[in-house]
Design a binder for this molecule. Structure first.
Ligand code: GLN
Length: 547
């Protein structure tokens, strides 16, 4: 039976609860325990799949096809445990389940209320798979005191009472603001935030205090006293140069020890931290630097491409170089010349995206990379744009485009080299879609197998000819253009196992130009960089020696 750690936040949002949870998960693993991490989000969307990346950052996709919060990406990158559909839930999903049961008559005529019906639904969710791991870490999104978060706080309070004493603990993250005028770190917001928690019946066992400045011991003592927490359970969390320092930094500040103490686990097994020392060393002692352009649309919000940025960092770690990322807005050269914006980069990455805006710029970026022999990695939309570029500029299909843009504009302007996929095979059953389906959860989502062509660049990169990767797209390159494009040198080097769906394309006669229909970035880890990112950065390093 798992022990439960509930992670909440107070004072301000964006304190790094997700990172703290992920780092704690990694530390518990380092001490030999098995873990699973979960995110409970109070917003009313059923899942983040339909939210703009500007709103909520990247949508992280799990193997089993759930569109989830980007914190699940942190969890996977730090623990290596593949997240599941049942590791992410929102108020929207909880309420929709409750309402579905109500319509079915499952509640036998009762009045449906937040307590107990909504809270029970949340508690059932938290308990899924509780027998499988030693520790279940559940992070509650938002900040204590938010109106929409209340049912979640009430549910975790009840949950801890339903379990035997000592099986659940509460960890609360707060901020100690620094007032430069008086040169002081202030503890009052933390006290207030803990009071808010206590007023809803939750007494934190561990307090993690974010601070820009070192927290003097007497302040830690004061927090312990005023917040009713043991002194060794007030853990400072300072700003870090890299998120991958977090496990070592939290260990140094005693977070894992505090958590094990709170559970009364003694003696605690010693942690094995070699992996994290190696990660630290690779981040802090690079032997060179490469400059990579990410040519996208959501460039103002880096969280929109979180996993890509992380995967590039991992690729850099594998090659012992620092990857300097520059975000280039594709729309800027939609009409004009891309060269002035792209010259000087050692490699170009065009990430996934939705909608027509900026796509002409992305097509030009693919053209630039092809013609100038700059390493190119096209991910999902980035692959589709590379194919359209090849069709238009090499194969002479002048009006090549994607049906996605015609659907959006409500006209027929393009020859659909990329078309709306309406039938495919998942495992051993057929999936079908219509043009006017709901937007939520109807894409080709989750892990699918692909077969790589022996002798292709991509098979060499993977060191294998059978792979599985995570997908999230509605449109697909049309296989009927395969022969035309292959005759021009764009090889379809990876296909779905039934041979119907192009998964990977690559230019022969190019040092490194690969487009993939899936999202390899979602599976990269600092301690196990994804082969495509390792290879891409290696190609950037080789290119940097030429220029
Ligand atoms: N918009 C494209 C599609 O739906 C690409 C999606 C993506 O890049 N994730 O197929």
């Amino acid at each position: 039976m798992a022990r439960f750690i509930f992670i909440t936040g107070g004072v301000v949002s964006s304190l790094g609860k997700g990172l703290a949870s992920a780092a704690l998960g990694a530390l518990l693993q380092a001490r030999g325990f098995s873990v699973r991490l979960r995110k409970l989000d109070p917003y009313l969307n059923v899942d983040p799949g339909t939210m703009s990346p500007f709103e909520h950052g990247e949508v992280f996709v799990t193997d089993d096809g759930a569109e989830t919060d980007l914190d699940l990406g942190h969890y996977e990158r730090f623990t290596g445990v593949p997240a599941r559909m049942t590791d992410s839930v929102s108020s929207g999903r909880i309420y929709s389940n409750v309402l579905e049961k109500e319509r079915r008559g499952d509640y036998l005529g009762k009045t449906i209320q937040v307590v107990p019906h909504v809270t029970n639904e949340i508690k059932d969710f938290i308990a899924i798979g509780e027998d499988e791991v030693d520790f279940m870490l559940c992070e509650i999104g938002g900040t204590v005191g938010d109106i929409e978060g209340l049912p979640f706080f009430e549910a975790i309070r009840q949950f801890s009472h339903d379990k035997p004493r000592g099986q659940c603990i509460f960890m609360h993250l707060t901020l100690l603001p620094y007032l430069s005028a008086s040169g002081e770190l202030k503890t009052k917001p933390t006290q207030h935030s803990v009071k808010e928690l206590q007023s809803i019946g939750i007494a934190p066992d561990v307090l993690v205090c974010r601070s820009e400045k070192p927290i003097p011991s007497r302040e830690l003592e004061k927090i312990a006293l005023f917040c009713n927490v043991r002194k060794n359970c007030v853990v400072p969390a300072y700003d870090l140069k890299s998120i991958y320092e977090a496990p070592l930094a939290y260990h140094k500040q005693g977070l894992d020890q505090a958590v094990l103490d709170a559970f009364g686990i003694s003696p605690a097994p010693m942690p094995k931290l070699d992996v994290w020392h190696d990660v630290y060393d690779r981040i802090h002692n690079p032997e060179g630097e490469v400059k990579v352009a990410i040519v996208g649309k959501y460039t103002q919000l880096e969280d929109a491409y979180k996993s890509i940025a992380e995967a590039l960092t991992h690729g850099g770690m594998a090659n012992r170089v620092k990857v300097k990322i520059e975000w280039v807005d594709a729309e800027v050269f939609d009409q004009g010349d891309a060269a002035p914006y792209l010259e000087g980069f050692h490699a170009i990455l065009v990430p996934g995206g939705f909608g027509e805006r900026g796509t002409e710029g992305k097509i030009k970026a693919a053209q630039f990379a092809r013609e100038r022999k700059v390493p190119y990695l096209g991910i999902c939309l980035g692959m589709q744009m590379a194919v359209i570029e090849a069709a238009r500029n090499v194969a002479g299909v002048k009006k090549a485009g994607s049906e996605e843009f015609d659907h959006e504009a409500g006209g027929k302007r393009f020859e659909p080299v990329v078309y709306h996929l309406k039938e495919w095979v998942q495992g051993n059953h057929a999936v079908t879609r219509k043009t006017d389906d709901d937007k939520g959860g109807t894409m080709r989502l989750g892990a699918y197998d692909a077969t790589l062509i022996e002798g292709s660049k991509v098979a060499e990169v993977y060191g294998s000819t059978s792979i599985d990767e995570r997908h999230r797209h509605r449109y697909e390159v049309d296989i009927k253009y395969r022969e035309t494009l292959e005759n021009c040198g764009l090889k379809f080097s990876g296909m779905s196992p039934d041979g119907k769906l192009p998964e990977i394309v690559e230019w022969e006669d190019h040092p490194w130009f690969i487009g993939v229909q899936f999202h390899p970035e979602l599976k990269s880890k600092p301690f196990a960089p994804h082969p495509l990112f390792e290879g891409f950065v290696q190609a950037a390093v080789e290119n940097s020696r030429l220029v």
